[in-house]
Every structure is written in structure tokens, then in C-alpha cells.
Design a binder for this molecule. Structure first.
Ligand code: ADP
Length: 749
């Protein structure tokens, strides 16, 4: 990092703030989907519903089973009641006839009349009168006088029972010899004086009972049967003709004794449900139906209910799926809208038919439009600011808290282009920071870094840009100012780069010109110095001439003895000394006039002042000036020797010139050194400063002299200030002027 440029982040384009990471990258939605939730809700509602309906159906089936049982039992009971009522009638009429006086008095003709009249109320029935020996004595089925048959054994066994128990018996089904078919009836014992007189039978064809079964409208598949005490069929609702008077199958016989519900297996091997009703007369009525048929309605109900329930459940699931699609579809539209918004496009609002989603989409659209409008105005503002920044002849950039460049104008990018980090690193090599002492500046000392630490760098530091293939090497001035957020803490910095190469070149030119001027002023001083130097050189040269003359005399005076040789050596030594002195004067002169001497050197302040004064005083020597030189103070200075010599020369020359017409000509030159500076004062007893120029003394071309150019003092000030010192003038208390200048001393370290 050299100028606050941090290459670690992907460099945002100038003027484009880095946006938030787009939603969706790495986003893993969790939980149940809407469809799953809806199906779950439906299931949660449907399961109790199904259970409830199963329960209801179960109860319904139970009830239906009960109903069916009730119905079949009722059928058996009602048939039995009818049979009993019928038989009861026969028994009652039989008993009444048995007590007839005509019968008791054996008037059979009269009795026959009574019996025929009684039979009018019992259609299909007839009266047979049997003598105890089994011979029929009367039969209303036959005409009077017709031969009468004997009663069969089956009738007589009934008669015996009736006489023995002295009660009416219901006969089992027999084949009647007169009626010619299966016959049943009620047998009445007729007693006289306690002994059997007649056996009176009210007979009726078994078919009469079949009518009882058929008048009852029983459901299809039900078979009703009347079975007598012996287990023979009296009547059957199905196949009556075939079965009447014949023994019932074992199944029927089995249920005769049950009185209630039973389950049996039919002759064909099919399971049957039966209801039996038993009469105290010994007969039984049974109703049977196939178990499958009996339970079919229940099964049908159950099946229908199951089908209905599953259909409802299925429908609900489908409905949930459909509803989910109706919801997920619009939500997908909403999502798509958001994605488009992220991409900076309008969300494409279309009504989805779901008001909530439509509201959201509409709000999204409004938001998108607002954002777009704001973005547009932001961009406009930005381009305005960029335009302003770009016309500045200065590179300006905004640096964030981490040292990253947020925005920079064209001139800034000349030095710090927005390129990929790897290239930035390379680019940073091009920057070299140097301070005034020629030392490199560490990265943390760069202006932006300093500004971010709250240390404004203004008007900036000079840094050298080494240049690359697009931008030539140049000197720059880099300044940076911190800026603060609302909370007052530093939130970034503004960094400025100015190309100061031209400025520096101008400065250089100015310096060259100045040096030229200095040289010129020195050359112009040469004229005045010539006489002084001639005098100065004259002395050693005269001395050399005198010494050489002495030498000649010694050599010409004859043989050289020890004493003369010594004298000769001394003369030659003095000659050489004077010649060296003359050479030194010329060397100093040459050095003074030489051009372009520019380097800084560490010299002793006393040494340099003494040397400078020697040269300057050479010019003053013949002017009767009394000089007091006091320059033996310690300390070293970093200076351009020739320039300081020139300053001293100018000040001494001015002082001497100012005293030209003075009576008292005293020049006091004094060097004082303190802790960190040295001060040289040059006090004269001359005319003093002319009031009209006193305040413009150090300006160029200010002179009171007819021959004066007025540049001496301005040159002095330039030189002293370039050495970080100051020059000033003040009146000398005893008359005349004191010129003073100070320069910084080099410290021990
Ligand atoms: P010049 O000597 O060519 O005039 P300078 O810049 O050296 O140019 O001096 C400017 C003016 O300052 C002089 O003309 C003179 O009036 C005044 N001046 C300089 N030194 C002294 C001095 N020691 N005493 C009085 N006046 C001085």
C-alpha cells in the first residue's frame, strides 16, 4: 500500500458503489412447501372425517343388521301368529261342534247340517267324524249316503292323543283319503260319560297355510316354511308342491328347536341366516335367507361409504394440490418479479388472480419504479459530479475507511488506475515517496493513511511517480483530508494528487536564472575587486621581488658560507610563502567567480566566515577601515559555500561603501552560535539606512547608489532563506547600520 490503495477488495468502478450481494446466492430455503402444508392440513382434516364416517357407517351397518334381524324375526312371528290364529279358529269351532246336542244324541243328520253351516265361516275347511274304531261316520266333503273310508293310522294316533289328554290336538300333515292331498287340521275328542264317542276333525288342505305365507310380502330371497311337530313341511313359500307333507331337510329340522336367530348351511352348502318362531301347538315357522344376501345391503352400505369417504379424501387432496398450484403459481410470479428487480429490470406486473400476491407485485412494481427514478437521478448527480471532478487539473479521489478508492476522477486515475488487484500491486511499484532529506516514506506515512488516522496532510507532500508505459515519470504533490460521518468518527478521506513537474521545472529555471544572476552580480563585483586584488596581490609579489633581490645579492656577494646559506634558505622559504599566498588569493577569486557550484557541504561556521571575510576585506583594506573580526565560535552548518561567501562579501562591501564619507570607519564582524543556530552580524559606522527604502530593503532593484543595481540584498535574502535562515537590518546604536543573518546549526545527531 503506497498511497492508500488497498488491492485486496475487488476494485469497484469509480462512481459505482458496491451493491449488496444478490439474494439467492447460497440461500437454502427450509421447511415445508405450501403444497405440502396444504396437503397436511387437508389430511389433518380428512383423517378425523374418515374415522367419523367409518364410525357412522359402522353404526349404520349395525343398525341395518339389527333392522334386518328384526324384520326376519318379525316375519317368522307374524306368520306363526297367523298360523296360530287359523288353527285356533279350527280348534274353537271344533270344540263348539263337539258339544252339539245333536251329536251327543247321535242325530248325525242334524249334526251334519250344523257342521255345514259352521264351515261357511271357515272357507276350505270340512268336518270329518270318526268312530273310535277308526271308521268315518260322517264327512262333509262327501254326499250323505256315500260310502265312507276308514281313517288312516296317522289320524288315529292323533285321536288317541286327543282322547288321552282330553284336549284338542293339531294334526301333523297327512295325506287325506277323501281330500286327495296333504291335509292338516284340529282334532277334537268327543266324550260321552267320560268315554270316547267320536273323534271330530276340522280338516283343511295344507295349501290354505301356503296362502298365509304368500299373502305376506317378504323380501326376495327369503324362504318361509311352516313345519309340523314331526318335522314335515306344512307349507313352503318356495317349491311348496314338491315339499308339502315331506320331511324337512336336516337344516330346517335343526332350527325348529331354536326359537330365534340361527345360522345354518343349506343343502347346497351355502350359509343361511334363519329366524324361527315356535308355537306351543308344536309347530314352528322358519324364515331363511342366504347369509350373503342378508348382509349384502350392509356390505353395500359399507362399500358405498368407504368409496364416498375415499372419494372425498381424494377430492380434498386434489383440491389442496390445485389450491397449492393457485398459490405457488402467483408466488413464483412474485419471486420472478423480485429476481428481475435484483437485475434492475421492472418486475413485469401481471395479475395472478390472488389479491395478496397482486398487491405485493404492485407494491414491488411501485418500488422498482421509485428505485429506478432514484437511480437515474443518482446517476445524473454522479455524472455531474464526475464532470466537475474531471475538469479539475487535480487528481481527486474518495477513499473509504479501509483505504479503498470509492471514486476518483480522470486525473487521479492517471496515477492510480482502476485495475485488477494483481496489476495494482505492480502499479504500486511505480510509486516512490521521498521526503525532503531523501529518505523513503513508509506506506503508513502516505497522505491518505495519515488522513484516515485523523492527521490532515495539507498542502501535501511531494512524492515521485516513477512512471510506466502510459504515464511518464513525474513529481507530484499528494494531499489528503479526512472526512467524518454524522457520529463524528472518520469515515474516509479525500486524496488529491497534483502533477507538480512543471512547477518544479519553473522552480529549477528560476534557480538557474538566480544562479546566473548571482554569477552576474559576482562578475560585476569583479571590477571593484580588481583594484583591491591588485593591491592584495601586490604585497606578496613585492615581497617575492624583495626576497629574490636579497637572494641575488647573497649569491652575487661571492662564496656561500654557512651563514649566507642559512640566510639564502630563509629568503627562499619566505619567497615560497609569499608565492603561495598570492596563489591562494587567486584560487579564492577563481572559486568565487566559478559558475554552477551548487552542492551542500557540512563546514565549520567559523572557518567559512573567516574565509569569506578575508576575501571581502581584501577590497576594504585600502579604505582606512578599522576591522574587528570576531568569528571563533563553535558549530557546523550545511551550506553552499560559495553562496554564503557571496552574502558575506555583499554585506561587507555595502558596509564599506556606506562608510566612504564617514569620519569614523569601524567595521565589527561577529559570529555568535547558540544551541541550534549561528548568527553573523556586520556592524558599520556608515550613513545608516535611507528612510525611503528602509521597508523595501531586500526587494530587487532597490538602490540609492548612482552605479547601484540594487540586487545585492535581494540575492542575500534569497540565499539565506534557501538555507532556512533569515536576514535582517537595524540601525547601529552608535550610528550606522547592523546587518544580521542566522542559519540553522547541524545538531550532534
Ligand atoms: P546596491 O549596493 O547595488 O545599491 P544593494 O541591494 O546591495 O544594492 O543595496 C541596496 C541599497 O541598500 C543600497 O543602495 C543602500 O542604499 C542600502 N544599503 C545597503 N547596505 C547599507 C549599509 N550598510 N548602510 C546604509 N545603507 C545600506
Amino acid at each position: 500500500m503506497n498511497i492508500g490503495w488497498t488491492p485486496r477488495a475487488s476494485s469497484p468502478h469509480p462512481g459505482t458503489a458496491a451493491g449488496p450481494a444478490p439474494v439467492g446466492g447460497g440461500f437454502a430455503p427450509s421447511g415445508l412447501s405450501i403444497r405440502q402444508r396444504l396437503v397436511l392440513i387437508v389430511l389433518m382434516a380428512a383423517i378425523p372425517m374418515v374415522l367419523l364416517s367409518v364410525d357412522i357407517v359402522w353404526r349404520l351397518a349395525e343398525r341395518e343388521r339389527d333392522n334386518n334381524t328384526q324384520a326376519i324375526l318379525y316375519a317368522a312371528h307374524s306368520v306363526l301368529s297367523a298360523v296360530e290364529a287359523q288353527l285356533g279358529n279350527y280348534a274353537a269351532v271344533g270344540q263348539a261342534l263337539g258339544e252339539s246336542p245333536a251329536l251327543q244324541s247321535d242325530d248325525l243328520a242334524a249334526f251334519r247340517g250344523e257342521a255345514e253351516r259352521a264351515m261357511i265361516g271357515l272357507p276350505g275347511a270340512w268336518v270329518t267324524l270318526v268312530a273310535p274304531d277308526g271308521q268315518q261316520v260322517m264327512n262333509t266333503l262327501l254326499a250323505p249316503g256315500d260310502p265312507l273310508p276308514r281313517a288312516p293310522e296317522s289320524v288315529m294316533s292323533g285321536a288317541r292323543l286327543a282322547f288321552a289328554e282330553k284336549r284338542v290336538v293339531i294334526t301333523d300333515v297327512v295325506k287325506g283319503p277323501v281330500a286327495g292331498g296333504p291335509v292338516v287340521g284340529a282334532g277334537v275328542p268327543v266324550l260321552r260319560d267320560g268315554r270316547p264317542a267320536y273323534y271330530l276333525v276340522i280338516g283343511v288342505l295344507a295349501d290354505t297355510f301356503r296362502e298365509l305365507l304368500n299373502t305376506r310380502q317378504m323380501p326376495q330371497g327369503w324362504i318361509a316354511a311352516i313345519i309340523d311337530r314331526d318335522g314335515n313341511f306344512v307349507a313352503r313359500s318356495l317349491d311348496h308342491e314338491r315339499w308339502v307333507g315331506r320331511p324337512a331337510s336336516p337344516g330346517w329340522r335343526a332350527i325348529m328347536h331354536v326359537d330365534g336367530m340361527a345360522e345354518v348351511i343349506s343343502v347346497e352348502g351355502r350359509p343361511l341366516i334363519t329366524a324361527t318362531s315356535r308355537s306351543s301347538l308344536g309347530w314352528a315357522v322358519g324364515v331363511a335367507t342366504e347369509k350373503a344376501g342378508f348382509e349384502a345391503p350392509i356390505r353395500r352400505t359399507m362399500l358405498t361409504a368407504a368409496l364416498l369417504t375415499s372419494a372425498v379424501a381424494l377430492m380434498s387432496m386434489l383440491l389442496a394440490g390445485f389450491a397449492a398450484r393457485r398459490i405457488t403459481g402467483p408466488i413464483a410470479a412474485l419471486e420472478a418479479g423480485v429476481v428481475r428487480l435484483e437485475r434492475g429490470e421492472p418486475p413485469d406486473v401481471r395479475t395472478t388472480g390472488v389479491p395478496e400476491v397482486d398487491h405485493a407485485l404492485f407494491a414491488l412494481d411501485t418500488a422498482a419504479r421509485t428505485i429506478a427514478a432514484r437511480e437515474r437521478s443518482l446517476r445524473e448527480n454522479e455524472s455531474r459530479i464526475t464532470a466537475i471532478l474531471d475538469v479539475l487539473p487535480v487528481g481527486v479521489a474518495l477513499v473509504d475507511r479501509d483505504g479503498r478508492i470509492i471514486v476518483g476522477n480522470g486525473n487521479y486515475r492517471r496515477f492510480v488506475p482502476q485495475v485488477v488487484p494483481s496489476r495494482d500491486e505492480m502499479r504500486q511499484e511505480l510509486w516512490e515517496g521521498w521526503d525532503a532529506n531523501g529518505r523513503r516514506i513508509p506506506p503508513e506515512a502516505f497522505p491518505s493513511a495519515r488522513a484516515l488516522r485523523g492527521d490532515p496532510v495539507w498542502p501535501g507532500v511531494e512524492l515521485f511517480f516513477r512512471g510506466d508505459d502510459t504515464q511518464p515519470a513525474t513529481w507530484t504533490r499528494v494531499a489528503a483530508l479526512p472526512f467524518r460521518g454524522e457520529s463524528g468518527e472518520i469515515s474516509g478521506a479525500v486524496q488529491m494528487i497534483v502533477d507538480i513537474d512543471q512547477e518544479r521545472r519553473a522552480e529549477e529555471e528560476r534557480r538557474t536564472l538566480q544562479a546566473e544572476l548571482l554569477h552576474l552580480s559576482r562578475v560585476s563585483d569583479m571590477g571593484q575587486m580588481a583594484a583591491a586584488l591588485a593591491h592584495e596581490l601586490n604585497q606578496p609579489l613585492t615581497a617575492v621581488a624583495v626576497y629574490i633581490g636579497g637572494c641575488q645579492k647573497l649569491v652575487g656577494a661571492g662564496a656561500l658560507d654557512e651563514a649566507r646559506l642559512d640566510k639564502l634558505g630563509e629568503l627562499l622559504r619566505s619567497t615560497s610563502e609569499q608565492a603561495l599566498r598570492a596563489g591562494e588569493i587567486i584560487r579564492q577569486l577563481r572559486e568565487f567567480v566559478r559558475k554552477g557550484e551548487n552542492e551542500l557541504r557540512v563546514v565549520s561556521a567559523a572557518g567559512l566566515m573567516r574565509e569569506s571575510c578575508t576575501l571581502a576585506l581584501a577590497a576594504a583594506r585600502h579604505k582606512d577601515v578599522v576591522v574587528r573580526l570576531d568569528v571563533d565560535a563553535p558549530g557546523e552548518i550545511l551550506v553552499n559555500k560559495v553562496q554564503i561567501q557571496q552574502v558575506v562579501f555583499n554585506l561587507v562591501r555595502n558596509a564599506v561603501e556606506a562608510m566612504e564619507t564617514s569620519e569614523r570607519k569601524e567595521l565589527a564582524i561577529r559570529l555568535v552560535t547558540g544551541r541550534d543556530r549561528m548568527e553573523l552580524s556586520i556592524a558599520d559606522t556608515g550613513s545608516g539606512l535611507a528612510p525611503e527604502i528602509a521597508d523595501r530593503l531586500f526587494m530587487p532593484f532597490v538602490s540609492t547608489k548612482t552605479q547601484g543595481m540594487g540586487i545585492g540584498l535581494s540575492v542575500c535574502r534569497n540565499i539565506i532563506e534557501a538555507h532556512h535562515g533569515r536576514i535582517s537590518a537595524e540601525p547601529n546604536p552608535g550610528g550606522g547600520t547592523v546587518f544580521k543573518f542566522w542559519l540553522p546549526l547541524l545538531r550532534e545527531e
